[in-house]
Design a protein around this ligand. Structure first.
Ligand SMILES: C[S@@+](CC[C@H](N)C(=O)[O-])C[C@H]1O[C@@H](n2cnc3c(N)ncnc32)[C@H](O)[C@@H]1O
Length: 248
């Protein structure tokens, strides 16, 4: 019962993070408003700059409830969106079918508020295919993509080094890999001996062999825990290009 409650709250938290109106994400006249709408901003501020073709295929790894996957549909004809949480993927599929979903968000203590979340109507929801599974096992079976994104996934997996190997392989020669991470290493998700510290140095060492770094920048985000508690983080975004002649 406790677990069900926690899962529902995590769902509400991510729905708010991905689809919530700014007035609910941060219901105060002060605070870091430039840090809202992270999943949409990642696509607007990072992917929009890439020279993708009309027929580009994209993959959103660790997509949660799907907002950035739908946003990728602006630039990719086809998007595969993968997450290992069944609850998140089911919510994303409901949003795809109906364009909206009602769920509770935490207000204070055990008090919640029901909110209707909507996918912006201008997004073509049919371009996305949601898949539930562990990226560390599934990615090698999905083929290659012109664009692979993994927003804030690196420090949430058991083996981030292995994830980087698989993300790199999933990029088609001539394609792009976009990552973001606040490098919040925690033993709850990643055994200490697998932490990649310092984050950027390790990315350079592991990806720089076959990919070319084309962009590095800070992108802040705000995650509401309850109405009076927030996580304010600064993710580092890096964008990598796989040369056209690179081996597959
Ligand atoms: C910190 S959240 C980030 C979600 C989303 N990309 C965003 O920026 O809002 C990490 C997500 O990765 C998913 N995840 C964690 N480990 C995974 C794995 N091994 N394979 C696929 N998804 C995973 C979690 O379920 C969660 O949705």
């Amino acid at each position: 019962m406790e677990e069900f409650y926690e899962t529902q709250l995590a769902l509400g938290q991510y729905l708010l993070f991905h689809y919530g109106p700014p007035s609910l994400q941060l219901p105060y006249p002060f605070g870091p408003r430039d840090s809202l709408d992270f999943p949409a901003r990642c696509v607007r501020e990072v992917v929009a700059e890439l020279p993708l073709s009309e027929n580009a295929r994209g993959c959103d790894v660790g997509c949660a409830v799907g907002r950035s996957a739908f946003e990728l549909g602006r630039f990719c004809r086809e998007v595969v969106a993968l997450d290992r949480s069944r609850v998140f993927i089911e919510a994303a599929c409901r949003l795809q079918e109906e364009g909206k979903l009602e769920a509770p968000i935490l207000v204070e203590g055990d008090q919640t508020e029901k909110v209707e979340f909507c996918v912006p109507p201008e997004l073509d929801r049919q371009r996305v295919r949601f898949v539930c599974g562990d990226a560390l096992e599934l990615l090698p079976r999905l083929g290659q993509f012109d664009l692979v994104v993994a927003w804030n996934l690196l420090d949430r997996v058991q083996d981030p080094g292995l994830l980087l190997v698989q993300l790199e392989r999933a990029v088609e020669p001539g394609g792009w890999l976009a990552l973001s991470s606040p490098y919040t290493w925690l033993c709850t998700y990643t055994p200490k001996e697998k932490w990649l510290v310092p984050g950027f140095g390790e990315l350079q060492k592991r990806l720089g062999v076959s990919l070319e770094l084309v962009q590095r920048k800070d992108l802040p985000f705000l995650l509401r825990e309850h109405v009076r508690k927030y996580q304010w983080c600064v993710a580092e975004v890096t964008v990598w290009h796989k040369p056209k002649g690179a081996p597959r």
